[in-house]
Ligand binder design. Structure first.
Ligand code: TXD
Length: 309
């Protein structure tokens, strides 16, 4: 039987993710949104694109959770996106309400599914989904570190005028101001960028990476980035559905790794058919570990806002 993947939220990120999943023919896809006609219209358009491009994936647009029954994986993109001047954290209360409704409905129809969270603020929404659905934590994960490292890899490749294929960028931490790019572990053709670029150039790349989302929000004016986020979510879905055991930067529930617990944060994780199959505890320098712990403390503080009655 073909895998079944649901994408909740047929907005910018959800649509891009769905289209990418169809292009790689990962399985049958259900696209769900509260807005009537929106997922149906986009699904139809994508199926017709499939006839032009020649991919064979079934995409069903719907407003009903019954159609998501027995999904192997659910990507959750439902919620508000940032507008200029907003931080990701400004979205917390409204998006927590939306994510709460979505997760309850999804789990009712697919109790064993894996939840891949995308809605912002990402780390807190991943934790929130875990609290609501209470499955084993390895089945709830979030997409952002892969996007952040893709952005950093792009900026490195641009600076050095090399192909992004030569670049590996390591970014941990939270999806926001406290993300933790690690230049020491970021490489071009296997060589750390700390041996290729000056400290000032690295500082600029790190800052551009942290501001990567805001730069796009500022240019678009009506929403936030979606090609890279949707594609990154699809790549994580592929690693899980194809049981690739690929190590990808993932927002995971931590239980003592890196000296951090009871928080969802970006760390390297092996992804396979069970979701997060292993958290890879790379060696960090004391200052890197400290930055990660600072990010964890900030995310915990936001989590506590949601836990207050
Ligand atoms: O790295 C990351 N994790 C992110 C996260 C990168 C980019 C965007 N990121 C966040 O994803 C962003 O801040 C938002 O919180 C979500 C979705 O962003 P998108 O750009 O796709 O927003 P849109 O285009 O406004 O789409 C949101 C859709 C829209 O069609 C709504 O009708 C729908 O969500 N929506 C719902 N669907 C189902 N159920 C409910 N309750 C619901 N509420 C809204």
């Amino acid at each position: 039987m073909k895998p079944k993947i649901t994408v909740v939220g047929a907005g910018n990120v959800g649509a891009q993710c769905t289209y990418r999943l169809a292009q790689i023919e990962l399985g049958d896809i259900v696209l769900l949104d509260v807005v009537e006609g929106l997922p149906q219209g986009k699904a139809l358009d994508m199926m017709q694109a499939g006839a032009a491009e020649v991919f064979s994936a079934q995409i069903t647009g719907t407003n009903h959770y019954e159609d998501t029954k027995d999904s192997n994986l659910v990507v959750i993109t439902a919620g508000l996106a940032r507008k200029p001047g907003m931080s990701r954290n400004d979205l917390i209360m409204k998006n927590a309400e939306i994510v709460g409704t979505v997760v309850k409905n999804i789990v009712k129809h697919s109790p064993h599914t894996i939840l891949l969270m995308v809605t912002n603020p990402l780390d807190v929404m991943t934790y929130h989904a875990l609290q609501i659905s209470s499955p084993p934590p390895h089945r709830v994960l979030g997409m952002a570190p892969l996007l952040d490292s893709a952005r950093m890899a792009y900026f490195i490749a641009q600076k050095l005028k090399v192909s992004v294929k030569e670049v590996y960028a390591e970014v941990l931490g939270s999806h926001g101001d406290l993300m933790v790019p690690i230049p020491r572990l970021s490489t071009v053709s296997g060589k750390p960028i700390t041996e290729i670029l000056t400290p000032e150039q690295i500082k600029q790349i790190v800052q551009k990476t942290k501001d990567g989302g805001a730069e796009i929000v500022g240019l678009l004016k009506t929403g936030s980035a979606y090609y890279a986020p949707g594609t990154a979510a699809a790549r994580m879905a592929e690693a899980i559905i194809k049981d690739k055991k690929e190590v990808i930067g993932t927002c995971c529930y931590l239980t003592g790794q890196f000296g951090i617990s009871d928080v969802c944060l970006g760390v390297p994780a092996k992804l396979g058919k069970n979701g997060v199959e292993e958290i890879v505890e790379i060696e960090l320098l004391p200052e890197e570990k400290e930055a990660l712990q600072k990010a964890a403390a900030a995310v915990k503080e936001l989590q506590s806002i949601l836990q207050k009655p």
